[in-house]
Design a protein around this ligand. Structure first.
Ligand SMILES: Cc1ncc(COP(=O)(O)O)c(C=O)c1O
Length: 372
């Protein structure tokens, strides 16, 4: 089945009395002896969602978690004290905080490095390196990491490669097909797509990893609820049409910003001026709906709050265009020196381009940039 059909129809495993929309199985427990026993462990609505995301990512096993960070955490739960992880130095601030404030306290060591040149990053690999973790494009600098080369490096050193595919979704990028072992998502973003649910995903084709991830979710109790699973399933039905529109609107917004006199630089890998434009064309089928840009002056806070349509809020990937201030919002927990080294300065803004009419978006951006 083609991608559009899979997302519109879902990976249905049961007829459910002929229901066209998968029902919400709002039950905590089940009569003993059947396929299901207890909703912390399994639930039919969640199962349909998990089949769907696995099929979309071209993986064999999908797991739906209560948030993107719960999904990321499930992968770190596979490690033990003494293990080492190599992590992309530009990544979502919440993942950074999860590593620094939680997982580092369990004897797991993390090294943050620029993974754009895997051969240079190899210097950070040790015999104890069990996992390489990357986002691509990265949040918020929109750097592109060559996944096939990184997967080769991981395999050579006996480490797993986990890729956070939140920004592109499987519609534009399928990390498992490029050699990743696990794909992760904040399902809160493009996959659900309507700003109305928080959830996350992990997908793999390895039966051993799947068994461990299933144990983690059932035991930590951090799988998605039936209702959130249903909302995510509903969102996924329209993923391809939404992603096309997000991407075309984002390209138009990036092009507009690139020539605006108040803008120093635009970071969007769909622009030919992006340093990884060619790589992006090779490993993805589209550049997605998020971009960042750097102002020439210090007026970012005024710009942020003067949109009539574009709303200043955390998050991304929904119908409404959102503008975010990484240094104070999504990346506030990243230490200042690290932020500045990566490029998250007070002049950097991140824009998640929604599904509004592009002329309305551009007019609003123009209005926001006229405020000083
Ligand atoms: C790239 C990325 N990964 C993971 C997360 C965490 O997802 P959630 O907020 O669903 O826990 C986010 C949240 O913004 C994100 O942008």
């Amino acid at each position: 089945m083609r991608f559009e059909t899979l997302s519109a129809r879902g990976g249905r495993t049961d007829d459910y009395l002929g229901a066209i929309s998968v029902p919400i199985f709002q039950t905590s427990t089940y009569r003993a002896g059947g396929e299901f026993s207890y909703t912390r462990c399994q639930n039919p609505t969640r199962k349909e969602l998990e089949h769907t995301i696995a099929a979309l990512e071209e993986g064999a096993y999908g797991f739906a978690f209560s948030s993107g960070l719960a999904a990321v955490s499930s992968v770190f739960s596979l490690l033990k004290a003494g293990d080492h992880v190599l992590v992309s130095d530009d990544l979502y601030g919440g993942t950074y905080r999860l590593i620094r404030e939680i997982w580092s306290h369990f004897g797991i060591e993390f090294t943050f490095a620029d993974l754009r040149e895997p051969e240079l990053a190899e210097a950070h690999i040790r015999p104890e390196t069990k996992l390489i973790f990357a986002e691509t494009p990265t949040n918020p600098m929109m750097r592109v990491i060559p996944l096939a080369r990184l997967a080769m490096l991981a395999a050579e050193h006996g480490a797993l490669l986990a890729v956070d595919n939140t920004f592109l979704t499987p519609y534009f990028q399928k990390p498992l097909t490029l050699g990743a072992d696990v794909v992760l998502h904040s399902g809160t973003k493009f996959l659900s797509g309507h700003h109305d649910t928080v959830c996350g995903f992990a997908v793999t084709s390895s039966p051993e990893l799947a068994e461990k991830l299933s144990l983690v979710g059932r035991t930590l109790g951090n799988f998605a609820s039936p209702f959130d699973s249903w909302l995510a399933l509903r969102g996924i039905q329209t993923l391809p049409v939404r992603m096309e529109k997000h991407a075309s609107n984002a390209l138009a917004a990036a092009t507009f910003l690139e020539t605006h006199p108040r803008v120093q630089q635009v970071f969007y890998p769909g622009l030919p001026s992006h340093p990884s434009y060619k790589l992006m064309q090779k490993q993805t089928t589209g550049a997605g709906g998020v971009l960042s840009f750097l102002l020439k002056d210090d007026g970012a806070e005024k710009v942020l709050h003067s949109g009539m349509l574009i709303c200043c809020a955390e998050s991304l990937g929904g119908t409404t265009s959102l503008i975010t201030y990484p240094q104070k919002q999504t990346h506030a927990s990243v230490p200042k020196d690290v932020r500045e080294r990566i490029g998250i300065t007070p002049r950097l803004l991140r824009l998640s381009v929604g599904l509004e009419h592009i002329e309305d978006i551009l007019e609003d951006l123009g209005r926001m940039l006229s405020r000083k």
